[in-house]
Design a binder for this molecule. Structure first.
Ligand SMILES: Cc1cc2nc3c(=O)[nH]c(=O)nc-3n(C[C@H](O)[C@H](O)[C@H](O)COP(=O)(O)OP(=O)(O)OC[C@H]3O[C@@H](n4cnc5c(N)ncnc54)[C@H](O)[C@@H]3O)c2cc1C
Length: 232
């Protein structure tokens, strides 16, 4: 389990993906099949020819051979991060904790460093606020979260339905989801979200997901990097 932000987590639950599956999804078009080679360290590795094929597929945008695999994660993140995440529609599946059916926990995100923003949309400049304001804003966040959560509990205690009591909770509250995707859709997500343009918080999750992806599909990951982090 990778810890992300203050209460967040990203955990790979299962995966069925490797570089060879990409190679063989492409080779089937010639009714051919590759196998791993044994390296000098007694580990399985792709032949240079097969590694070259992956780079070729990536570069030439032959995307479908990268769809034969999946990664299944459990993610714990603030609601505003999920809101960005769920915009990724193609090749992604989500199931999320329902606050209609069970009570949310008192876990709210407080940024380590509150940022200021200057400039125009698309070219904002973000900088840490001064230390004094950082402290005050974090205390205000904490106070407001506490107030909202205690009112949430009060509403539940007098019988208000969970689906209505929850509307008072801020988007900094943590939720959980199961997220599944295939290597191609994961790369598209990483290209957009493990990027300087993405908001810091979702980027932290994307970084953690990218480390897992790189460990499971090292050749595909290397090809993704050399293709300017653009999914095929
Ligand atoms: C830095 C950043 C800022 C953003 N700001 C905003 C914002 O201000 N407001 C906002 O609403 N969203 C914003 N978004 C979200 C963004 O618009 C996308 O919804 C999100 O990045 C998912 O990208 P996608 O549609 O390519 O992914 P997916 O939904 O996974 O789609 C993958 C690909 O499938 C194809 N595709 C999917 N659906 C269609 C379709 N209907 N028609 C044709 N082709 C399709 C496209 O090629 C697409 O790239 C932002 C995203 C980022 C990274």
């Amino acid at each position: 389990v990778t810890k992300v932000l203050d209460y967040g987590e990203l955990e790979l639950l299962d995966s069925c993906s490797d570089d060879l599956a990409v190679v063989n999804a492409a080779r089937v078009s010639l009714n051919a099949e590759s196998t791993y080679e044994v390296s000098e360290y007694n580990k399985l590795k792709l032949s240079d020819k097969d590694a070259g094929l992956i780079h070729f597929l990536m570069r030439e945008r032959h995307g479908t051979p990268f769809e034969h695999g999946y990664f299944r994660f459990r993610v714990k993140a603030p609601l505003f991060v999920f809101r960005e995440w769920h915009r990724h529609r193609v090749g992604h599946s989500y199931n999320e904790w329902s606050a209609r059916y069970s009570q949310l926990m008192e876990e709210f995100y407080i940024p380590e460093e509150i940022l200021t923003q200057t400039g125009k949309p698309g070219a904002y400049k973000f900088e840490p606020i001064n230390a004094g304001s950082n402290k005050i804003i974090k205390e205000e966040l904490e106070k407001t979260y506490k107030m909202a959560y205690s009112e949430y509990l009060r509403m539940l205690s007098i019988g208000v339905a969970k689906q209505h009591a929850r509307v008072i909770l801020p988007v900094g509250i943590y939720s959980e989801m199961i997220w599944s995707c295939n290597p191609r859709s994961l790369m598209h997500f990483l290209g957009l979200r493990n990027s300087e343009q993405a908001q810091f918080e979702i980027r932290e999750y994307a970084k953690a997901a990218e480390d897992i992806f790189a460990a499971i599909m090292p050749v595909t990951h290397a090809a993704f990097i050399s293709n300017s982090r653009t999914a095929p």
